[in-house]
Design a protein around this ligand. Structure first.
Ligand code: PLP
Length: 357
């Protein structure tokens, strides 16, 4: 795919490390963005890197009415020797196609689109911060933009990617967060869109998140949508526990989002010669194990924060505390090893690093 390039005439100020540390996650954007158009009959065409800025859509564009939108989230890093790398981006491209399939959005050519994204990252590589815990967040997404009000899949789409230099997702770094188990709302059901990274899943979760915020919790833990019993995941992250010294995470079931960090954690723990168990875990079972002192750690896992220890899980009146509200040894080791691979401070023995050339 040929990538056209229209450089910005007004380069913006690149945040200093201090400015970046003060900024909120995902509020600063680089000079350029990637756009690729799709029209039924013509396929994907006109890949271009252009100045970052507002778009023009017809008010009848179907995305505004029926929410046909998918997105991805991954990170690019600058290594100590000045190379630019991304972490397992081919996993994101594959998942984007799985999301497209579910949402009736035109499929992408995974390797061509990844090369186009790499072209954008390279263009704005001066924006990639290098302080510990910082990165360039890469947000590819696809929007249905045909103008019509009937309910059917769009005949045109635009694929875009924008870039945002970011510091740590949770201010306070690796300090444990408090999570509330959601017992009123559900995020996903079997046969629904839980496994797809689609915008509507997030719109449907905001109410729960707001209520948790108001009660002093930074995230919610979703239970399965049918029995409201089995642990699924945290708002934008998967979850794992250490029970009787073994790492455990809920098994994928179609309503849980299959995270790239989740997959990486499973592969990493197995490489230590330890088991990582994927199974159904009910919240009642977890509470019993917790009461018996058998749950040493809980952690949320995902690209934005990588590994985030859970200090407290509130389920009704039961406030389960983990590891005295401190980060535990498994979470710390996972964080250290994954971030070291991401920034090429450790050898890439799994082939997870993609170099932007
Ligand atoms: C993106 C996302 C995750 C985490 O996936 P990663 O690929 O590890 O970042 C988990 N749950 C939901 C709902 C998500 O949208």
């Amino acid at each position: 795919m040929e990538l056209k390039f229209e450089p910005t005439k007004n380069p913006k100020h690149i945040p200093t490390p201090e400015e970046l540390a003060r900024s909120r996650f995902g509020t600063v954007f680089t000079d350029h963005m990637l756009i690729i158009d799709y029209d039924r009959g013509k396929g994907w065409h006109d890949a271009r890197v252009v100045p970052y800025g507002p778009l023009s859509f017809e008010p009848a564009a179907c995305c505004f009415h029926y929410g046909q939108l998918v997105f991805e989230g991954l990170k690019a890093y600058k290594t100590k020797d000045g190379r630019v790398v991304m972490f397992r981006p081919e996993q994101n491209m594959r998942r984007m196609n799985d999301s497209c399939e579910r949402m009736c959005i035109a499929k992408i050519d995974e390797s061509e689109f990844l090369e186009a994204i790499a072209g954008l990252v390279k263009t704005d590589s001066a924006w990639i911060p290098s302080e510990p815990g910082t990165s360039l967040y890469v947000r590819p997404f696809i929007v249905a933009n045909e103008a019509f009000l009937g309910v059917r899949s769009s005949n045109s789409f635009i694929f875009m990617t924008i870039l945002s230099p970011v510091g740590p997702y949770f201010t306070g770094g690796l300090s444990p967060i408090r999570i509330r188990v959601e017992d009123k709302y559900v995020r996903a059901v079997p046969g629904g869109t839980g496994f797809a990274k689609c915008a509507g899943n997030y719109a449907a979760s905001l109410k729960s998140q707001e209520e948790a915020d108001a009660a002093g919790y930074s995230q919610v833990l979703w239970l399965d949508g049918v029995e409201r019993k089995y642990i699924e995941e945290v708002g934008g992250m998967n979850i794992a526990f250490v029970i009787d010294g073994e790492a455990v995470t809920p098994e994928l079931n179609g309503s849980i989002l299959p995270g790239v960090i989740r997959k990486s954690v499973i592969e990493l723990v197995k490489s230590w010669g330890k088991p990582m168990i994927e199974r159904k875990i009910s919240i009642g079972e977890l509470a019993d194990f917790h009461k018996a002192g058998r749950v040493s750690e809980a952690m949320a896992i995902g690209t934005a924060a990588v590994i985030c220890p859970v200090g407290e899980l509130k389920w009704g009146d039961n406030a389960m505390k983990f590891n005295d509200g401190k980060i535990g040894p498994v979470a710390q080791r996972l964080y250290d090893e994954i971030t070291a691979i991401q920034t090429c401070d450790a050898p890439d023995k799994f082939g997870w690093v993609y170099e932007v050339k």
